[in-house]
Design a protein around this ligand. Structure first.
Ligand code: AKB
Length: 318
């Protein structure tokens, strides 16, 4: 039984692949992306997933069990190219929903985001079901995607599963084009001994999650018995929430000279419309989701991972 990851070279896809290989073996995981990183990688195929024929050819050759669709244009980048972002985010999802309906695989994981919420959504402890009026292209594409996911489940019985990721913090692969990327950038600047200019306002609180928790949630949801799942659009998912100023202070506990300047730009306008914190009690009840990393554990894991892999000259004590 094979698992296919589309968008396998991105921030989440890279670590999801490693964890799936650990659990199911190298041969069981096929990675696909629009860019190749390693010529010698035999479990990788170069694929433009907006091309329905190319996707169909892949599934016609390979018996597939689960598909993880991790390719997307994130919020900040999507605002620079709205029509292209809409095309990419929606076309790949539709291509896969159709192939799933035709029986080419069993289950589809597709991530939604806190970007589905908007300016009129309650900001604190945002409920699963509430006002959703996203005003970014990315948020609109995620909300439309959620509705399509549920539609294919209801009409065709396709086994679709989804979570609304908050900002994901990781050190192995950098995010690209997101509003929440500032939180990852801060660590790199701190370790390089450089001041960071933050494009989000100092007191703008956003929901965030360490990558290990995000991967755990993804795999836990995909392994949950179907009859336990009460939501087929997308589950609210939460771990920590903090402001840039709080993250700055948390990093400064280990790198006291670290300094941040604040120069909010259009990404602050996006962040302002997103929740401060999320009520994910349905995920916790349905498939026993729980997070492991609080703010300090996440900061220590980030600093240790980045120091070892990229900044070995920096001395840190935890
Ligand atoms: C982004 O900032 O666009 C993403 C997200 C919250 O979905 N990290």
């Amino acid at each position: 039984m094979k698992k296919v990851i589309i968008g396998a070279n991105g921030q989440i896809g890279t670590e999801l692949r490693q964890r799936l290989v650990q659990s199911y073996g190298h041969e069981a995981v096929l990675a696909a992306d629009i860019v190749r990183k390693d010529e010698a990688d035999k479990q990788f195929i170069l694929l433009d997933a907006t091309d329905a024929d190319a996707l169909r050819a892949l599934f016609a050759q390979t018996p597939v069990d689960d598909v993880y669709l991790m390719a997307a244009i994130l919020s900040a980048r999507a605002e620079q190219m709205p029509r292209k972002a809409w095309h990419i985010n929606m076309t790949i999802l539709h291509n896969l929903l159709e192939l799933g309906r035709e029986g080419f695989f069993q289950s589809l994981f597709w991530p939604s985001s806190i970007a589905v919420f908007g300016p009129h959504t309650p900001k604190e402890n945002t409920p699963q079901y509430t006002v959703m009026d996203p005003d970014t292209v990315y948020g609109i594409s995620k909300l439309a995607g959620e509705r399509w996911m549920e539609y294919y489940y209801e009409k065709y019985g396709l086994d679709v599963r989804s979570v609304r990721y908050p900002g994901i913090i990781s050190w192995k692969t950098r995010p690209g084009g997101g509003t929440t990327d500032y939180a990852v950038e801060m660590f790199h600047y701190a370790l390089r001994g450089e001041p960071y200019t933050c494009y989000i306002a100092p007191d703008e609180r956003l929901p965030m999650m360490y990558i290990d928790d995000a991967i755990d949630a993804t795999i836990r949801l995909m392994e949950a018995p179907a009859e336990r799942l009460s939501i087929r659009s997308s589950y609210n998912l939460a771990a920590v929430h903090f402001t840039p100023r709080e993250l700055e202070a948390a990093i400064r506990r280990y790198i006291p000279d670290f300094r941040v300047h604040y120069a909010p730009d259009f990404r602050e306008d996006i962040a302002r419309t997103w929740p401060d914190s999320i009520d994910d009690s349905t995920a916790r009840k349905d498939w026993q989701w729980h997070h492991r990393y609080d703010l300090d554990a996440m900061v220590r894991a980030m600093l240790a991972g980045l120091q070892k892999s990229r900044y070995p000259e920096v001395e840190l004590s935890f």
